[in-house]
Design a protein around this ligand. Sequence first.
Ligand SMILES: [Zn+2]
Length: 219
Amino acid sequence: MPIPDLMAGWQRFRAGRFRDQRVLFERIAREGQRPRTAMVACCDSRVDPAIVFDCDPGDLFVVRNVANLVPPYEESGSYHGTSAALEYAVGVLGVRDIVVLGHSQCGGIRALVEGPPVGSEPMRFLTSWMSLAQEARAAAMTPPRLPAEERATLCERLAIRLSVRNLETFPAIRQRVEKGMLAVHGWHFDLHDGLLTVFDPASNRFLPQDDGHTPECVS
Ligand SMILES: [Zn+2]
């Protein structure tokens, strides 16, 4: 969206939603944020967690990165943006749930499965970042004769599960999960139909969620 359109959008927001929710904005400005849930989502412009889950300001603590990956806990001196956000969400905000939200048509996962787009520039940082999901890629490449779309979906879901496992390599997260103070979740959002599937550790599957309106969505 061009800058003038963004400015026009902000003007509509300020005259509309901001004015309508003035009490909420004043309260969260005064009292600070107290989100109950943190979410690791993709940078993809089509998947905005606050829109998908119909949230108000202050509801969700969101960290977005390419392909919604969570790195494993490590103590090297590198710059760990996602780990820093999780540390803050857990240690300072005291969130009760962390959701890894993956999605269909994820460009990062597609590049991991199929290689970067032909003719694209070398992407040093992106290649390094996506190597976090190599284990998911290897597992997704195993089934023979899988259509490209299905293989990408499989890799998206395997990467979500890998990120959920990586969450529990953080001592602060693992300790809180063991005490029942925190839960971690892996969800997948489908851009085609807006449906949500949730990883169920008991059945080792992603289960469709009831959208409250469509009978066939009942899990
Ligand atoms: Zn994505």
